[in-house]
Write a protein of this length. Structure first.
Length: 695
């Protein structure tokens, strides 16, 4: 099997090219830190090929972030071919990395991406001259042009078996000094190490002051002899920069004209004073579109699965035992149907995140928030992890690998579960719709804000207990990508990837949780109020009465299932709604005729952001509390869902990345904190209600 490594700066399109060549679903985004570990795909062309997507880097040096992952891979593996993907509209940074990769003496080729933008901006790159200078083949293409895929594939097959030797690009004096260094090393070492590439690697190690190479030469007792040459070539990095500047002569472009649009837009969106307020407005609008746009589709799917398909099942299962009919209708259809009905919500949310990533604005969000995050002893990279946490907490915890400080990495990972992940969102939508009506989107936005605010406050407090030697923070540097029009293909790919993962989890882990919960609510006699779950939850619910929602055992019984997967909370509540719903006449033929009209109405309501009409599930959920404090009880329940123990996959990610102690710390924190916060919240809201009522 041939191994091909795709390497390059962040945002140059490495993942996009592997997706195109291997028909894979690697995550793509127009911001740094999307690939936080090497990802891979396998293809069979003339033989088997292993395509590896490495994190975006600018140099090869020891760090604890993304560069370390790529560098460690290159130390431990020798791929058959390195494909350096380059943003052809910004060659300077990439060419410096090219020189570093050449020094590894591994066959490589340059893939100049975004050539469509090069033509758009009137740029000219003399690729033939550049290729001759570097002794490296260059392919010009665009990941958006399907016609280029076959050209790139043929180039990979052509160069994967190349035998190469790349000599440094030096002026005559430095070339003479470097040649003398190689001759000296060759004359002193054993014949087993005297092949040209081995000598070259030792020489490069000397000029780069590589500690491992110098130790090796010390064991050979020639380290003192090479020191003279090391001093002569002490400006090695400057020599690379000089070579890059000379190669930029092959690139003809008006950079001011090329960056004019990005610069003008950044003058507004990154403004010192109104940059953050604009971000708040954009974030608010995005969430509003997500909730109101997806709500009609959620209601339609809920009707289709639970009502329409439920009626079909009722006819088919008329003669089967009552418990089997209850399992299928009240258990699987009601529970799984409730979870699957929120697939549109997931699609809207991940689509919105993809638009922010593809446009280049996501990177600006991290930049804008860095100043605020530093006040709470976090960094812009921490906020990147938080934003990822809005989708799923698991990849967000893995994304903390890119943070420089060990203490900051652990603290950020500990706080990621306070971000409202996609699995919590359906719970918010269901309860907010039931108790707050048209104000539901604003309540959900408030929940997102509470999660972020509590994470920031906890970071400030936890920082005070850390060792003072860990408090120094490094400057957060990141390259802001140019603004680009989001590509529909990439957006749909992101939606497909995330929705497929959501459905897969629903149809595997969640379905078993729902079956178990159904059994606990059905047996021993088919009565919900006398069920095993009710018998266990009723005494426990007394402990939650000071939090408001403990007056109803069903809400307390829903909490444990959320530790398995947050989607299970919706599945359980969907079962209760179905079990509590009154039998309504369902005329199958009439409903079938109405389906096209329902679908058209759903589409119109979604496009006009009308929101969702009150459905049976929402009405049933509203019956959980119906006193004057019902809204306070519902809001307290939602805050508890927000702050409570995350799912087992998140806990597993914490344990894997940062050890058992960090996982146990998260369990303890997210067991005690939600109780305390919800107690103060509900008691405070109740007191305010009494005060206003007495006026």
């Amino acid at each position: 099997m041939k191994e091909i490594a795709f390497i390059g700066n962040p945002n140059v399109g490495k993942s996009a090219w592997i997706n195109a060549l291997a028909h894979a679903d690697l995550q793509v985004g127009n911001w740094a830190g999307v690939t936080v570990a090497k990802k891979e795909a396998y293809v069979n062309w003339d033989q088997s090929y292993h395509l590896i997507d490495l994190p975006g880097i600018y140099a090869l040096k020891e760090t604890q972030g993304e560069e370390a992952i790529t560098q460690n891979y290159l130390k431990e593996h020798t791929p058959d071919l390195i494909v350096q993907v380059i943003d052809a509209t910004d060659m300077r940074r990439s060419l410096y990395l090219t020189l570093l990769l050449r020094e590894l003496q591994i066959p490589m080729m340059l893939l100049l991406n975004f050539m469509d933008e090069v033509e758009k901006h009137g740029m000219l790159i003399e690729t033939e001259k550049l290729s001759r200078r570097l002794q490296v083949p260059i392919i010009c293409a665009s990941a958006l042009d399907r016609n280029d895929y076959d050209k790139v594939k043929k180039a990979l097959l052509c160069h994967v078996n190349d035998t190469v030797f790349y000599y440094p690009l030096l002026n005559p004096l430095k070339e003479h000094q470097f040649t003398q260094l190689l001759s000296y090393i060759k004359s002193k070492i054993q014949t087993a190490e005297s092949d040209a590439k081995a000598i070259f690697r030792l020489g490069i190690g000397v000029v780069n002051e590589d500690t491992a190479i110098m130790h090796h030469l010390h064991l050979l007792q020639i380290d003192d002899g090479v020191m003279r040459y090391q001093k002569q070539l002490a400006d090695w990095d400057q020599l690379r920069m000089d070579a890059v500047e000379s190669m930029m002569g092959y690139v003809h472009a008006d950079m001011k004209k090329r960056n004019a649009f990005t610069y003008k837009l950044d003058q507004i969106l990154l403004h010192r004073f109104w940059g953050l307020p604009l971000f708040a407005v954009i974030f608010f609008f995005v969430l509003l579109v997500i909730f109101r746009g997806s709500a009609p589709w959620t209601a339609f799917i809920q009707y289709l699965i639970q009502d329409y398909c439920g009626a079909v099942c009722a006819k088919i299962l008329g003669d089967v035992p009552a418990w089997v009919r209850a399992l299928i209708q009240n258990g699987l259809l009601a529970g799984v149907g409730s979870v699957l009905s929120f697939v549109p919500l997931m699609a809207y949310m991940y689509g919105a995140m993809a638009v922010l990533e593809e446009s280049g604005y996501m990177a600006r969000i991290a930049f804008l928030m860095d100043r605020i995050m530093r006040f709470f002893h976090l960094s812009g990279r921490s906020f990147v992890a938080f934003v990822l946490g809005f989708g799923c907490n698991v990849p967000a915890i893995y994304a903390t690998r890119t943070i420089e400080s060990e203490a900051l990495r652990k603290r950020t990972a500990l706080l990621v579960p306070f971000m409202s992940c996609g699995a919590r969102l359906p719970v918010y939508v269901l309860f907010a719709g039931a108790f707050f009506g048209n104000q539901a989107p604003y309540v959900i936005i408030l929940l997102y804000a509470i999660g972020i605010w509590i994470a920031l406050v906890l970071s400030f407090l936890l920082h005070q207990f850390e060792n003072h030697t860990t408090k120094a923070q490094t400057l957060y540097l990141m390259q802001l990508p140019p603004y680009r029009l989001p590509r529909m293909k990439m957006i749909m790919q992101k939606i497909k990837q995330e929705v497929r993962a959501y459905v897969k989890k629903t149809m595997s882990l969640v379905i078993w949780v729902i079956i178990v919960l159904w059994a606990l609510t059905y047996f021993p006699n088919g009565s919900l109020q006398d069920s095993y779950l009710a018998q266990a939850a009723k005494p426990v619910s007394m402990a939650f009465e000071p939090l408001g929602f403990g007056t109803n055992w069903e809400s307390v019984a829903a909490l444990p299932s959320g530790i398995i997967a947050k989607e299970s909370v919706i599945g359980f509540l969907g079962q209760l709604a179905d079990a509590s719903a009154a039998e309504m006449p369902f005329v199958f033929q009439d409903e079938t005729k109405q389906l096209p009209k329902r679908l058209a109405d759903t589409f119109f309501a979604s496009m006009t952001l009308q929101g969702q009409k009150e459905e049976d599930t929402t009405k049933t959920i509203a019956l959980l509390w119906h006193d004057e404090n019902a809204k306070a009880r519902a809001f307290s329940f939602l805050v508890y869902i927000l702050l409570s123990v995350p799912c087992i996959m998140t806990l597993q990610a914490l344990r894997k990345e940062y050890g058992l102690r960090t996982m146990l710390a998260s369990l303890l924190l997210m067991s005690l904190l939600p109780y305390l916060v919800c107690f103060l919240l509900y008691q405070g809201l109740s007191l305010c209600h009494l005060l206003f009522a007495s006026l």
